[in-house]
Design a binder for this molecule. Structure first.
Ligand code: G5P
Ligand code: MG
Length: 227
């Protein structure tokens, strides 16, 4: 059996974590776990943590560390037989330390995208709330304007993609992520990719992973919804 592979993808809101994670999941067979999707599923299911998380997300704030770790770590502990890619967690030093006590990471991808690019992308971003599917009117528009490709439901914009919430999110992310990036750099597992276009960054990530993952660890791939 191939060795299990554990990776994290970090980056500010709109940096392309979700888009790149989907490509990695398809190309390398890692399970794609997304902290944002997990929170949205908890919100939709009206769980206690979901109700709490909603009050932060609506204001463009990060969900407190203890809520994130209590939600995510048990889920990761169940994944002992899977290779996975975690998108959006950890993003604070407290979360990174908590994750460190649960598993050893093989690799961390950090996306370094200019602020102006992030602003443009997020103001153009539309979501299908029921599934979390994300569209960008320039980069990956829906087939029918304003409608989800699969269900035909109307698309919405997140409150936290509105301009004021966005500036606060980007500034805050930079501050909290710095010590996490430094930690992974010191462990020698950090790989940073800079640029303004996902399609130009992707080949570099693809070739890095090709050197790290020798065979597809699993055949059933992709994003798995977390209950
Ligand atoms: P999420 O859902 O994790 P964010 O804010 O971290 O939200 P987001 O918005 O999901 O991150 P992303 O996944 O980095 O961004 O990027 P993406 O969705 O792939 O791409 C962004 C947009 O740009 C899309 O429309 C995409 O199609 C487009 N795009 C991609 N590449 C290109 C390109 O090359 N060109 C163009 N033109 N467009 C492109 O988390 C939601 C909230 O949950 C909380 C926080 O409140 C967060 O705001 N949360 C946490 N709180 C605390 N700790 C954690 N660990 C948390 N994780 C989530
Ligand atoms: Mg995302």
């Amino acid at each position: 059996m191939a060795k299990l592979f554990r990776a994290v993808i970090m980056g500010p809101p709109g940096s392309g974590k979700g888009t790149i994670s989907e490509r990695i999941a398809q190309s390398f067979g890692l399970k794609h776990l997304s902290s944002g999707d997990f929170l949205r599923e908890n919100i939709a299911a009206n769980t206690e943590a979901g109700v709490l998380a909603k009050t932060y997300i609506e204001r463009g704030l990060m969900v407190p560390d203890h809520v994130m770790t209590r939600l995510l770590l048990p889920r990761l502990e169940e994944m002992t037989r899977h290779s996975w890619l975690m998108d959006g967690f950890p993003c604070t030093l407290a979360q990174a330390k908590a994750l460190n006590s649960t598993c050893d990471l093989d690799l961390v991808i950090s996306l370094n995208i200019p602020y102006e690019t992030l602003k443009d992308r997020l103001s153009d971003r539309w979501i299908h709330p029921a599934s979390g599917r994300v569209y960008n009117m320039g980069f990956n528009p829906p087939r029918v304007q304003g409608r989800d490709d699969l269900s035909g439901d109307p698309l919405i914009q997140h409150d936290n993609d509105q301009p004021e919430a966005l500036v606060a999110r980007l500034r805050h992310y930079k501050d909290v992520a710095k010590p996490v990036i430094d930690l992974y750099k010191s462990k020698g597992i950090l790989h940073t990719f800079s640029g303004t276009e996902t399609d130009r960054i992707w080949p570099y990530i693809n070739s890095l992973l090709s050197t790290k993952i020798t065979s597809r660890p699993e055949t059933d791939t992709q994003h798995i919804p977390m209950p």
